[in-house]
Design a protein around this ligand. Sequence first.
Ligand code: FES
Length: 119
Amino acid sequence: MAHEHPPRFEEPAIPQVIYTVPDGSVHVVDVPVGQSVMDGSVRNNLPGIVAECGGSCSCATCHVHVDDEFADLLGEPGDEETDLLEFLDGADRRSRLSCQLVVTEQCEGLRVCVPEGNG
Ligand code: FES
């Protein structure tokens, strides 16, 4: 006979991501592991990340600059992301598309700066 285990309630990790938005204000947002930096912004109605394509890496309106100390945690941009960033006004070596930045437990305190002009 099947023995039923009680459901396990593991606390999901919810790192805090710190967004500096175009008006200079700073917002600390809980972004669950597995969601993107773009998701965290959109779900909290922060200004600056437009995310026109909904996260499919085709619009570049989710552009952010990532603080250097976190760059290694986020892996290398893929080919599509690199192509979009290459032709984006205001992009620099810290630029990433935030829909491609999936939050992990190591992202606690991740700082991103949202530039003006995202769509
Ligand atoms: S939301 Fe469109 S490229 Fe990120």
